[in-house]
Design a protein around this ligand. Structure first.
Ligand code: AMP
Ligand code: MN
Ligand code: MN
Ligand code: MN
Length: 285
């Protein structure tokens, strides 16, 4: 079992727990080393780091950056970043600036399908309005009885071809990696098994092209063990890690009790061939 959890969310993005509460939960569940990786915002890192000290847990600063690559939306996790780096902060601010206008368009789309009040409804779930996103809309849709839980919202709403979806231009892959690396961090491709081409999982050819670009731009890691991967996908992405010379990362991608594939806590071990991502910063300390 791995007692590292390097991907999770607090109320600073679309998680349900405040940073300190999240860290406490992780500690109770056996995590010894964690990173908080809120979407496009580092506002929870100070509180989380303080809480980690209290629980004698090792903590590193993280973030999960929203990226557009070709027609795909990707998530790039930055680990061991310096949140005070101005290039990183300006970049994250530029992403947050786009989220408000996108939310208005999402609400318009839902209204055309007969669902009114979703903009105000979603903001009620966004403790940090700067990071308004699909999860907040999903919670509103559950509240209004349009789906039984957050996960099933994403079958009928907020995804391509369904009410509430809008195409959006996120950061460039090159910029996101540059912000992370420029601040002293390592860039990790998040949950690679979740990306799709149309209705199908992203094909091998596209994954190889993506990983080729990612490595060429300075990416160093890939999530092999993540909450949404099956054991078969642990093996599959361990192979890609080896093929592309990438370090392997692990994280629950926990958003809140009852809302996630996996809770905080022990994650299954990496396949044997993996080199863990913490080699990247342990060797430099
Ligand atoms: P956004 O950045 O606003 O597009 O929102 C993306 C977030 O929506 C992800 O980080 C997840 O928290 C959530 N999400 C996306 N797809 C799903 C899904 N199939 N099930 C549950 N949550 C999802
Ligand atoms: Mn999320
Ligand atoms: Mn993600
Ligand atoms: Mn995430």
């Amino acid at each position: 079992m791995l007692d590292y959890d390097l991907h999770c969310h607090s109320t600073v993005s679309d998680g349900l727990l405040a940073p300190a509460t999240l860290v406490e939960r992780a500690a109770e569940r056996g995590v010894k080393f964690m990173a908080l990786t809120d979407h496009d915002d580092t506002g929870g890192l100070h509180e989380a780091a303080q809480a980690a000290l209290l629980h004698q847990m090792e903590f590193i600063n993280g973030v999960e950056i929203s990226v557009s690559w070709r027609t795909h939306t990707l998530h790039i996790v930055g680990l061991n970043i310096n949140p005070d780096h101005s290039g990183l902060q300006d970049g994250l601010q530029s992403i947050r600036d786009g989220r408000g206008a996108r939310a208005v368009l999402m609400a318009d789309s839902l209204a055309r399908s007969g669902i009114s009040g979703s903009l105000e409804g979603a903001y009620r779930y966004a403790a940090n309005p700067g990071i308004i996103g699909r999860t907040h809309f999903a919670r509103f849709l559950v509240e209004q009885g349009h789906a039984k839980d957050v996960r099933s919202v994403f079958k009928n709403f907020l995804v391509k071809g369904k009410p509430g979806f809008v195409t959006h231009k996120w950061a460039l892959l090159s910029d996101a990696i540059q912000w992370i690396v420029g601040s002293g961090g390592v860039a990790v491709l998040a949950h690679p098994g979740r990306y799709t081409s149309g209705r199908k999982p992203m094909g091998r050819k596209t994954i190889r092209e993506l990983l080729t670009d990612f490595v060429a731009l300075g990416g160093r890691g890939i999530e092999v063990v993540t909450g949404s991967h099956t054991p078969e996908q642990f093996a599959e992405f361990a192979h890609y890690a080896t093929e592309f010379g990438l370090l392997s990362s692990c994280g629950s991608d926990f958003h809140g009790p009852g809302e996630s594939y996996r809770d905080m806590g022990r994650l299954p071990d990496f396949p044997l061939e993996c080199r863990p991502i913490w080699q990247a910063w342990e060797s430099s300390r």
